[in-house]
Design a protein around this ligand. Structure first.
Ligand SMILES: [Fe+2]
Ligand SMILES: [Fe+2]
Length: 203
C-alpha cells in the first residue's frame, strides 16, 4: 500500500492529499468525469496560447509552450475519442470552482513580473493537482483499462508542472519563485479543504 501523503509531497510539495472517497465518486459516472476532464485539457491548451500571446518577446517561453498546446489539444482529442468509444457524450462545460478559486488568488496589480510569475504558477498548480488526481484514478478505478488510460495522462502532466516552474525560474529570481510557490501551495490546500468533494469534477 502506497503512502499517499508522502507521494503527494513529492508532487511539487502539494500540501493536501486528495480525499480517498473522491476516486469512488469519480468512478460513478464516466460521462461526467470524462467531460470535465476534456474541458481541463481544452483550458490548458487555450491558456498556453494566451500566455504566448501575452509574452511573445519571451523566446524560450514561446518555444517551450508551443508544443504543449499541441500536446494538451491531443489530450482533449483522446478524451473525446474515449467518450465516443463508450457511446457517451461530451457534455457542457460547468463552472470550474477550483480554477476560479485559484484565479482569485492571482496578483491583479503590482509589478508586471509578479503578474507574469502568478500566471505561470497558476498553471503549475493546476498541472500538479491534475497529475495527483490522475494518479489517484490510475490506482483506484475498478476498470483496469481506465487505470491505464489515466496513467498516461498522469505521466504527461508530470512533465508540465515542472516546465512552468522551470520557466518561472529562468525569467525571475529563484527565491522569489520559491517563496511565492509556497504561498500558492498553502492557498490551494485551503481551497481544496473547504470545497465539496465532487465525483463529476477532476478537481
Ligand atoms: Fe493535459
Ligand atoms: Fe498539462
Amino acid at each position: 500500500m502506497e503512502n499517499n501523503a508522502e507521494d503527494v509531497k513529492n508532487i511539487l510539495g502539494l500540501q493536501l492529499p486528495t480525499d480517498p472517497r473522491w476516486v469512488d465518486l469519480a468512478g460513478i459516472s464516466m460521462e461526467a468525469i470524462l467531460t470535465d476532464h476534456a474541458y481541463c485539457e481544452q483550458k490548458a491548451a487555450t491558456t498556453c496560447i494566451s500566455i504566448i500571446q501575452w509574452y511573445p518577446e519571451k523566446e524560450r517561453l514561446v518555444a517551450e509552450l508551443a508544443p504543449v498546446v499541441t500536446e494538451e489539444w491531443g489530450h482533449f482529442r483522446l478524451v473525446l475519442a474515449e467518450l465516443k468509444k463508450r457511446g457517451l457524450k461530451l457534455g457542457r462545460q460547468r463552472k470550474d470552482i477550483y480554477v476560479n478559486g485559484l484565479i482569485g488568488f492571482q496578483t491583479k496589480g503590482g509589478h508586471p513580473d509578479l503578474r507574469f510569475l502568478d500566471k505561470l504558477l497558476l498553471m503549475a498548480m493546476i498541472e500538479a493537482r491534475s497529475c495527483e488526481r490522475f494518479k489517484r484514478l490510475s490506482e483506484g478505478l475498478d476498470d483496469p483499462y481506465m487505470r491505464k488510460f489515466y496513467r498516461r495522462f498522469m505521466e504527461s502532466e508530470a512533465g508540465h508542472y515542472t516546465l512552468f516552474i522551470d520557466l518561472a525560474e529562468h525569467y525571475l529570481d529563484k527565491e522569489l519563485v520559491r517563496n511565492r510557490w509556497k504561498e500558492w501551495l498553502r492557498f490551494e490546500a485551503e481551497l481544496l479543504d473547504s470545497s465539496e468533494i465532487r465525483g463529476d469534477r477532476i478537481h
